[in-house]
Design a protein around this ligand. Structure first.
Ligand code: HH2
Length: 288
């Protein structure tokens, strides 16, 4: 990353793992083609302002991504990915030096540059399979990593995805990837797992995973759910416009929280934050 901000440039080990309550992970896609917000935040100033707004609305982590992984999307070059995220990262940390930011990338080079610039987590939708150098980058940074399940790859993953038993297959995959990460020296307390809603999954697969999320929670790692505005919500509600799928998204957040998930990767921070606050009060009255 050519422009390294003066603010924090040393990732701190294991500094941001979920402890006592649910965490909203606010989505910041600096891409022209993301499925719901593509093109909205290409201007680094607008992106940084949106990031600050999400923090003010209650996001505990911001997830910054420079490449869309929506169904049918094409990969971009590593240089282009870094070019997109670098100024936004700088802009956020200039405004909020303490912001906890994750980088949504499967490339070791992008993760390294972002960690040097102040990012504190890596969100890898390939669960360390996309780049052979990624595990050692995470290990050396001693930072948390999100390991997500995906069947196939974004270009073709929605063409007739198939499972004999989606819940067991996703759970076993995540267990294996967590073992791989641990064998690479990544501390177990830095591992977060994610069933990868919508990544090589049809409507029934997504619903089965959400319905049986406790099977994944039982692996013993914090679980992140990323259902925000996704197509399966539109299939159920009939809401075609992705940005209008807020209410359906909130339902997934509350249900997933009740099943034990603790991180929620969402576009609409306030709606999900308020719903979680109420859910938390109902389920864990003593906490408040
Ligand atoms: N979903 C998307 C991207 N990254 N990371 C994790 N860990 N979990 C997810 O479910 C997940 C993710 C896709 O959503 P979005 O970023 O909104 O769209 P796009 O990939 O088109 O940028």
């Amino acid at each position: 990353m050519s422009r390294t901000p003066a603010v924090r440039n040393t990732p701190r080990a294991g500094t941001y793992l979920p402890g006592s309550g649910p965490i909203i992970v606010g989505i910041l896609n600096v891409t022209p083609d993301s499925f719901s917000d593509g093109g909205d935040f290409l201007d680094p100033e607008a992106a940084a302002e949106h990031a600050v707004a999400m923090l003010d609305e209650g996001a505990g982590i911001l997830d910054l991504g420079g490449e869309s992984t929506r169904p049918g999307s094409d990969p971009i070059s590593p240089e282009e990915e870094i070019r997109r995220v670098a100024p936004v990262l700088e802009g956020i940390l200039a405004r909020r030096p303490d912001a906890v930011i994750s980088i949504d990338t499967y490339r070791a080079g992008t993760a390294t540059a972002a960690l040097q610039a102040g990012v504190r987590l890596v969100n890898d939708v390939t669960a360390l399979r996309g780049d052979p150098g990624m595990a050692s980058v995470v290990e050396e940074a001693a930072c948390p990593v999100i390991l997500m399940h995906m069947q196939g790859e974004p270009k073709t993953m929605q063409k007739e995805p198939h499972y004999d038993d989606v819940v067991h297959e996703v759970r076993d995959f995540l267990a294996q990837r967590a073992e791989y990460a641990a064998a690479a020296g990544i501390r177990p307390e830095n591992i977060i797992v994610d069933p990868g809603i919508g990544f090589g999954k049809n409507l029934e697969h997504n619903l089965a995973l959400l319905r049986n999320l406790d099977a994944i929670v039982n692996l013993g790692f914090p679980v992140l759910v990323g259902a925000s505005r996704k197509r399966f919500i539109g299939s159920i509600t009939g809401v075609q416009e992705a940005k209008e799928r807020i209410f359906g998204t909130v339902a997934t957040t509350v249900l997933a929280y009740e099943k034990g998930a603790t991180l929620f990767r969402v576009h609409d921070v306030r709606a999900n934050r308020e719903a979680l606050t109420v859910a938390e009060s109902v389920l864990h009255a003593s906490r408040r």
